[in-house]
Design a binder for this molecule. Sequence first.
Ligand code: A2P
Length: 294
Amino acid sequence: MGLSAHPPATVPAIDANGARIPRMGLGTWRSTHDEGVCAVRAALEAGYRHIDTAARYENEQAVGQALAASALPRDEVFVTTKVWHTELRANDFRRAAQASVARLGLDHVDLLLVHWPNPEVPLEETIGALCDAQRSGLTRHIGVSNFPVALLERAVALASVPLVANQCEYHPYLDQTRLLAACSRHGMALISHSPLGSGKLLADPVIADIAQRHERKPAQIILRWLMQQPGVAAIPKSSNPVRIGENLAVFDFELDALSMARISALARADGRVSKPAWHPEWDTPANPLVAAKP
Ligand code: A2P
């Protein structure tokens, strides 16, 4: 793939415990096969330098194919993958991480995450295996995903090398004040997955109003709200090249304090969209008004 003759503006990055994480990345859940290849190619063309995948998405090969086809040097793209929660025993973990890196066609990833916690496997064993994956060169950095505060604290205490990120659902309908504070305390980034609430937020009237005032798309308003929070990165998923470009074009405008506050006030008790059967006990909203709202 020949990249555009006009190199896109550089995406700002977060410095998190030694990792430089581009603040906007491409989410690829549900982008498989050719659709996955096209989405990653479109993202790299548009200027994304952060691609998020997982063994569970069954698209690591497609992501790897798009990376290989790009003319970009390997160290210019930040690639994340994740180990599924049924693979958290030490031997399973090592094999799963090796298989992911091989499917991607890489010799290492930039960030390896525990996809979900699993109470059936001692966390000591999983975090030990995660640290070993970094020591053995399979990944440059390590972190967790979908870890609420109490589990995050345990993971940080168990890790012999610093965790750099906790990837969790975060968007205006979901108050993550407690988690943001915990990540910040430990120098970690909070990488927002489902930043558009899997699309649910796009029709919100407050977002629509702010979008109209700024002559921007609703998705850009939501992503800009995330980008104005220290330590927060986001990985919106899209398989549409126009929307992929739109989602990155949020670094040339600003939301004022009132707009930020109006968007934050959208948080509600039922705002979470990702609720698989194996989810851990979530943090309660820091704001009691959110818990009380329908
Ligand atoms: P599509 O892939 O057709 O663009 P999230 O990242 O919160 O899970 O949201 C992903 C969903 O939002 C997908 O259905 C995606 O659809 C849609 N989406 C992503 N970016 C945009 C955008 N800029 N405008 C409208 N819908 C979007």
